[in-house]
Unconditional design. Sequence first.
Length: 392
Amino acid sequence: MSTPNLTLLYGIEPARRPTGLERATRSMAELVSDLGPMQEAGDVSDLLAGLAHAVRREVAADAVLVSRYDAQLDLVCDGGASVRPPATLNFVAEQYSLDEYPATREVLVTGKAIEIARSDPEADRNETRFLSQYGFSRSLICRLVHSGAPFATVEAYRTEDRAFRHDDPARVDVLCAFASSALTRLELAAQLEGHYTMTMEALVSALEARDPHTEAHAGRIRDLSTALAVALRLPSEERRAVKLGSILHDVGKIGVPDSILLKEGSLDEQEWKLMKRHPVIGERMLRSVEFLAPAWPIVRHHHERWDGRGYPDGLAREDIPVGARIVAVCDSFDAMTSNRPYRKALSLAHAFEELTRNAGSQFDPACAEMLVEVVSSLGQDRVEERLVRYAD
Ligand SMILES: [Fe+2]
């Protein structure tokens, strides 16, 4: 008796194995979704982490480590990792020599992937010791080539003692080729951004030339603000906003007359009113430059206060964009540690006291606390030399 046709009788599709085409379509869809993080990466670290994630999924590994290769120093440094618990991996981000890892070096030089099994008595001892240390049974070592030279090693690890597929190295190569083109995009973007930044800095230094007391102010605030943004672990987009915003925060002072900007004595009420317009003037000036959009809110809000008593909008606490809170505390710190016509620069210890005293009223307490840490970690001598420019 023949099997009844269930689809015709009840509209039920019998269970069946997916066809080759269906499998290919599904794996293509997964691949495309795995490429997303690399495509959107804002810096090389994000990109290498995205590559590690994509490779881990593509070759069904438990962990993947991507390490940058420095050809000049002949050293590698962990650059990105992806781990699927319960597997673990120690991500050290320190440079180390490949002399102890001959298999990895061979892959870097020849481009031919190598698979290592911990149980293989012929395998290199250092490599198998590393596998034992983290409870892995196998590793597949590949390389990422960029601009015609080895750029990174890509190592996939499996806990289960199951061999990688013969076409896994080719799949990793495809992902690495994609990562290389994403790297090119990042490099071009960085180049373009570098040109824009230089142009902006030239404009800002022309503005600073009006007032000898603020010479190089924007450069110092850029350095401090970006260091603070990194210390606060802001994402790369936010860090870029802080860099642009810190350079341009006072650009609106171009609209403040010299008689006010350069006045030696204190300002009267009317003069203060004009002076306090500079964040709004600055934001308006930059509004037509779409490229600078991330800097707009920082320029507008860099004189807001944590307690809501700042200007121009009286925003408080987290309503103030984080970039503006960062620039605000760095701006004040730079003012404290610089000579002014009406007072001398404060010592670092005194400036730290002021930051702490005003944390929670004028400043975001987290930003103020971290700024003390960042400045302290720069080393006293360097800080005195770089930041306290006008102290006697
Ligand atoms: Fe300002």
